[in-house]
Design a binder for this molecule. Structure first.
Ligand code: AMP
Ligand code: MG
Length: 418
């Protein structure tokens, strides 16, 4: 007997029944952004691979240089000169002889010639007639980056299951890696169901509406890097639904449909799933999105989302996304919550989790305040578009009073660093 699960039970059950994709592919590094690393990558070289200057200045042997300048003042003689005998720039090493009493002009990134242990920066010297006068001595080893100081050959560079960021691509390039092994993108087939649903480029007859779910869904799937198989709109016809689902299950890792999962006369998804697959559960104690079906057809997972546009977006973001992320081979992501104060009373019924669309803002004193978007109807997509967070109201909560703290899940995140 299928019972009604709580939100956290449903999440757990879905994740427990989610496998991890096993097929991998090799990619050019430049195409690797947001892909999931399929093999742990080890540093093939030390970084930096040679000892180099961190600043523009002069490479010296600090003890000798100090002796030459200070002995002169001690004995009241003219200081012994520190001659500048050569130059090293990035990519153009100094190949001349070593002289521990002399200096080499050196630029940032250039190899520090053997025998020199310190770089004194331009700002701390004066130069006259090709000789160096040091006003301020750095400590020994100053302004030098030692070979292997940042990264050591043989250590872990990127772990298997890490989703590659822009920084990771740069890091891999910096150690000479140009090809990477990643998990293949999961194939996710989607379609909308409903006799009344039409494509936005069609004209509407009486009682018909435009399909918004497939567009929101495709947008969310794109954001998490899925390979989308768009199967369009399928009418409320069990024979057709069975055929399409059966075919799609053999060519996809997950199937997502919207609509037809309630208990209406023309809600066929559960019946169809019972015949050609397996249902694990079909209701969650949540609002919006209570009629949510999870199961499988063949080796493909099945998510039956409710038809109401907000319900389908909310249930996707809370229950389907974590599963698809696991499927893709990536590390699970904890939901990012921010505590915020309720700007007014928030109505909530105890015994279910509510995901309300919210609008939060930061006040001058640094605290965050949130109010529910005006219309919380599960068909009102424009309040989802205006919202900037989901207010998470867990099972045990009832009405929240003005000024009480709630947890919000902000929509924004750093768009480039993640
Ligand atoms: P259902 O879950 O099929 O009973 O649908 C619930 C409500 O959502 C009904 O008012 C449907 O017309 C509407 N609906 C279903 N599918 C879509 C869709 N793809 N786009 C927009 N609204 C939809
Ligand atoms: Mg329907």
């Amino acid at each position: 007997m299928v019972q009604i699960l709580t939100a956290s039970e449903a999440k757990k059950s879905i994740l427990k029944n989610t496998f991890v994709i096993d097929s991998t592919e090799e990619l050019e590094l430049k195409n690797g952004l947001s892909r999931v690393c399929a093999k742990t990558i080890i540093y093939p070289i030390d970084v930096p691979s040679y000892t180099n200057s961190a600043m523009d200045g002069y490479a010296i042997n600090v003890d000798n240089a100090r002796k030459r300048q200070t002995s002169a003042s001690l004995w009241n003689r003219a200081p012994e000169k520190i001659k500048i005998i050569g130059k090293a720039t990035a990519g153009h090493p100094y190949y001349g002889d070593f002289n521990e009493d002399a200096a080499i002009q050196i630029m940032t990134g250039a190899i520090v010639p053997a025998g020199y242990d310190t770089v004194v920066i331009n700002e701390d010297v004066t130069v006259s007639n090709g000789n160096l006068n040091i006003k301020e001595f750095p400590k020994k080893g100053g302004n030098i980056r030692e070979a292997g100081e940042d990264l050591r050959k043989g250590e872990v560079c990127i772990s298997k299951h890490k989703t590659l960021t822009a920084a990771d691509l740069g890091l891999l390039a910096s150690v000479g890696i140009s090809k990477i092994s990643v998990f293949k993108k999961p194939k996710v087939a989607i379609f909308s169901t409903g006799d009344e649903i039409k494509n936005p480029n069609e004209s509407l007859s009486v009682g018909q509406i435009y399909d918004s779910n497939r567009f929101s869904l495709a947008g969310m799937l794109q954001k998490i890097g899925m390979d989308i198989i768009d199967l369009g709109i399928i009418p409320d016809n069990p024979i057709m639904l069975k055929k399409i689902l059966g075919n799609a299950s053999s060519s996809s890792d997950a199937l997502i449909t919207t609509g037809g999962v309630s208990v209406g006369e023309r809600d066929y998804m559960k019946t169809v799933l019972n015949e050609i697959g397996k249902i694990l559960f079909w209701k969650i104690k949540i609002k919006p999105g209570r009629p949510f079906t999870f199961g499988s057809i063949d080796k493909s997972m099945y998510f039956g989302l409710p038809g109401n546009p907000v319900s389908s977006m909310v249930t996707f973001s809370q229950f389907v996304m974590p599963s698809l992320i696991k499927l893709s081979g990536a590390q699970p992501q904890e939901t990012f919550f921010l505590p915020a104060k309720a700007a007014g009373e928030i109505r909530k019924i105890k015994g279910r989790t509510e995901y309300q669309r919210g609008i939060y803002e930061k006040k001058e004193n640094g605290s965050y305040w949130v109010k529910p978007a005006e219309d919380q109807g599960s068909g009102i997509l424009n309040s989802m578009s205006r919202a900037n967070c989901i207010i998470h109201l867990t099972d045990e909560l009832s009405n929240v009073k003005k000024g009480e703290s709630v947890l919000i899940e902000p929509f924004m995140a750093n768009k480039v660093l993640n």
